[in-house]
Design a protein around this ligand. Structure first.
Ligand code: SAM
Ligand code: SF4
Length: 327
């Protein structure tokens, strides 16, 4: 079992399988992209399979596949098939922009993968395409509805961006009221790879909530697991729910149960910190299983208690893009 230096059980791995993406969301990276890692710096699919197996043996029981866009990797299904066979792995989840998932939906279903987070930062097509800098709205929306109707547990990630999409907060709830989905509103974080300057946010979770309450006063707060990052609500008469994720305000750090490994092997114990170490060469060297375990134990034995504590070490400077961290 993995226990950190604050006595928190770490059982949730967010595994980025690539830093590449076919969209260019302006809160995530610049229009020209970032300096994507060379191919030999990315884990191969076999390495990702072995790494996942080692992590599950260590006590990880939930893996979220993220990126970049996971489905730009043509060999992604090999990893997902492997994960579906791992005893001890109770939850396989995917975070995707839903542009490329269409052809894989049936196989995902047959593998028993149920939890899919879809990033959709606008319900208006023009707004969506302005933010993502690509013309993919119809495909994304079509795949989202297909996932819902096929019975997946779908959560929409919507980042509240000042002067860009906050006019869509109420309309997206109105459209989604007919579907059993959770619409989660996230605060923007400072990881845009230099796409735009970032000082702070105006749309924090409290402001998003009061905006929603003006339109829908009859909401019920739902019980959520202790390790949940979202505060969840149900609007009377809506099939689904909505959630608020204070990703910049960071109210949830105290119960953090997660570890991130980037597509190039960086071990990230907190979003607001620098990578603790890199596992790629360890993975490619002698005694890899033993050495990976040793490195992971060391990384989680030295975690900051909160994102604020971690951030203090770095003078508030963030030049990373979320596409290389995995969100
Ligand atoms: N490409 C996939 C997607 O967009 O869903 C997976 C990778 S993406 C980096 C993972 C999550 O990070 C997405 O939900 C995205 O909206 C979120 N994200 C990216 N940049 C962010 C930022 N600057 N602040 C907050 N969330 C961000
Ligand atoms: Fe790509 Fe996801 Fe970043 Fe958008 S948020 S550019 S879809 S990695």
């Amino acid at each position: 079992m993995l226990i950190d230096n604050h006595n928190r059980k770490i059982n949730y791995l967010r595994l980025a399988v690539t830093d590449r993406c076919n969209l260019r969301c302006n809160y995530c990276m610049p229009s020209e992209g970032i300096n994507f890692a060379k191919n030999d710096k990315l884990f191969t699919i076999d390495e990702l399979c072995s790494l996942s197996e080692i992590m599950v043996e260590q006590g990880i029981d939930k893996i979220r596949i993220t990126g970049g866009e996971p489905f730009v990797r043509k060999d992604l299904m090999i990893l997902l098939r492997k994960l579906a066979q791992l005893d001890g792995l109770k939850d396989i989840s995917i975070t995707t922009n839903a542009t490329l998932i269409g052809p894989y939906i049936q196989e995902l279903k047959s593998l028993g993968i149920k939890n899919i987070n879809v990033s959709l930062d606008a319900i208006d097509k023009e707004t969506f395409e302005r933010i993502t800098r690509r013309n993919q709205y119809d495909t994304v929306y079509g795949n989202l509805i297909k996932l819902v109707t096929e019975g997946f547990n779908v959560r929409i990630n919507f980042i509240a961006l000042e002067n860009q999409n906050t006019q869509d907060i109420l309309p997206i709830l109105e459209v989604m009221k007919h579907y059993p989905v959770s619409v989660r509103f996230l605060e923007e974080m400072p990881f845009n790879g230099g796409s735009k300057s970032f000082n702070t946010i105006t749309w924090d979770y409290k402001k998003i909530l009061s905006h929603i309450l003006e339109q829908y006063p009859e909401v019920t707060k739902l019980e959520s697991p202790k390790t949940s990052t979202s505060i969840n609500y149900k609007i009377k008469g809506h099939q689904g729910t909505f959630g608020l994720i204070p990703s910049f305000t960071r109210t949830f750090c105290g119960s953090c149960n997660r570890l991130r490994i980037s597509a190039t092997g960086d071990v990230i114990t907190c979003l607001y910190g620098k990578p603790r170490m890199n596992l790629r060469d360890v993975m490619r060297g002698e005694n890899r299983e033993e050495n990976i375990k040793k490195h992971i134990q060391k990384a989680i034995g030295n975690r900051a208690k909160t994102g604020f504590e971690e951030q203090e070490k770095y003078d508030g400077i963030f030049e990373n893009s979320m596409t290389s961290i995995g969100g």
